[in-house]
Design a protein around this ligand. Structure first.
Ligand code: NAD
Ligand code: 022
Ligand code: ZN
Ligand code: ZN
Length: 370
């Protein structure tokens, strides 16, 4: 078939909206009509050329929601008409990783996904002249129709609005999941969230859901304060306005250090501050932010010897097919909020404007509606 897509032709160039060829689903695959897709940081990271593993030409996008159109041979869990959210972290429920409760990093399709290919080692997308186009993070949601492995789709309730739940495909689940699944934060805890963007705000609402007593937000941009308060931030710190070292200031504010800190900036200096602002003896720091390629973190080992832990999370530790439908339910039940964070809605033709808004820090989340 033919479908309209925004294609990343090469690094550093804007996306080009065009018609492309899409082959039907093969064994274990599903054809999905994408109804809405969020524009997230890592799409820009890849498009800019900063990602050393970035591949071209490719159809980017990893945050979306849509409807199953057709299922390939052997697909049992989905049928045409089902509403789904694509997963850049699959859940096969049978690999060594899925069987270990300590991780969500299913490896069933990991290697082909990283090469921009479907599990059989080929691509379903091509230009009208036949040039192959690669998939991206197993999702390629910047296409009106896309093909994914069955294990890379979460089936969700049909009354949930696509233009909101698309954000659960990455930002919402990553932020809330980091609190509930990775940190397993307890009622009454104190926490510090570094970076109040599309991820940090969701960490804040995850902490509120978990019953945290104190939720300190740290950001260089004071324009983020209002929204963060709305989602549950109890204290705000602008590092530019703190005299002297930030660590003792935060330790004092949290009465000895935080039980949990979260980096949602991707800045390695912030990561160090986040670790050192943890409480001696038990504080845990969770790295969510993705740092530039080749970046390194450092601290004195004494920080770890004295009982602070440094951890990280991918997709908030969520097991997509199991946890994403639950998060959609929480949204529909009013337990979590999404709407205020979706600051812009654009047609596919204007997708590059969405990248510009993100770049300028003017959007929390821009969503493309097909
Ligand atoms: P964003 O740009 O919307 O937000 C980042 C925020 O950090 C901004 O408000 C900015 O003002 C603030 N900031 C920047 N430098 C700072 C500093 N030195 N001190 C304090 N605040 C600072 O980005 P986002 O969409 O929220 O994503 C945040 C990070 O999370 C990115 O690195 C992204 O790649 C990563 N991410 C990781 C996962 C995962 O699974 N681990 C998933 C999604 C996103
Ligand atoms: C999503 N991310 C950033 C913004 N939006 C993001 C980027 C990378 C990861 C998670 C979220 C990530 C963390 C750890 C891994 N990835 C590796 C997982 C593994 O090896 O099993 C990651 C993922 C997918 C891809 C690359 C890196 C890919 O499909 N190319 C989950
Ligand atoms: Zn993302
Ligand atoms: Zn698996």
């Amino acid at each position: 078939m033919r479908t309209k897509a925004a294609v990343a032709i090469e690094a550093g160039k804007p996306l080009e909206v065009m018609d492309v060829n899409l082959e039907g689903p093969k064994e274990g695959e599903v054809l999905v009509e994408i109804k809405a897709t969020g524009i997230c940081h890592t799409d820009e990271f890849t498009l800019s050329g900063a990602d050393p593993e970035g591949l071209f030409p490719a159809i980017l996008g990893h945050e979306g929601a849509g409807v199953v159109v057709e299922v390939g041979p052997g697909v049992k869990s989905l049928k045409p008409g089902d509403h789904v959210i694509p997963l850049y972290t699959a859940e096969c429920r049978e690999c060594e990783y899925c069987l270990n409760p300590k991780t969500n990093l299913c490896q069933k399709v990991r290697s082909t996904q990283g090469q921009g290919l479907m599990p059989d080692g080929t691509s379903r997308f091509s230009m009208l002249d036949g040039t192959p186009i690669l998939h991206y993070m197993g999702c390629s949601t910047f296409s009106n129709y896309t093909v994914l492995p069955e294990i890379s789709l979460a089936k969700v309730r049909e009354d949930a609005p696509f233009d909101k739940i698309c954000y659960i495909g990455c930002g919402v689940t990553t932020g809330i999941g980091a609190v509930l699944y990775t940190a397993k934060a307890e009622i009454g805890c104190r926490a510090i969230v570094f970076g109040l963007g599309g991820i940090g705000l969701n960490v804040i609402q995850g902490l509120r859901l978990a019953g945290a007593d104190q939720i300190v937000g740290v950001d260089l941009n004071p324009a983020k304060v209002e929204m963060a308060k709305r989602f549950g931030m109890t204290d705000f710190v602008n590092p530019a306005e703190v005299e002297g070292d930030l660590v003792p200031y935060l330790v004092n504010l949290t009465k000895g250090g935080a039980d949990y800190t979260f980096d949602a900036t991707g800045n390695v200096n912030v990561m160090r501050t986040a670790l050192e602002a943890c409480h001696k003896g038990w504080g845990e720091s969770i790295i969510i932010g993705v740092a530039p390629a080749g970046a390194e973190i450092s601290t004195r080992p004494f920080q770890l010897v004295t009982g602070r832990s440094w951890r990280g999370t991918a997709f908030g530790g969520a097991r997509g097919r199991t946890d994403v439908p639950k998060i959609v339910d929480w949204y529909m039940e009013g337990k979590i909020e999404i709407d205020p964070m979706i600051t812009h809605v654009l047609p596919l033709e204007d997708i590059n404007k969405g990248f510009d808004l993100m770049h300028a820090g003017k959007s929390i989340r821009a969503v493309v509606q097909y």
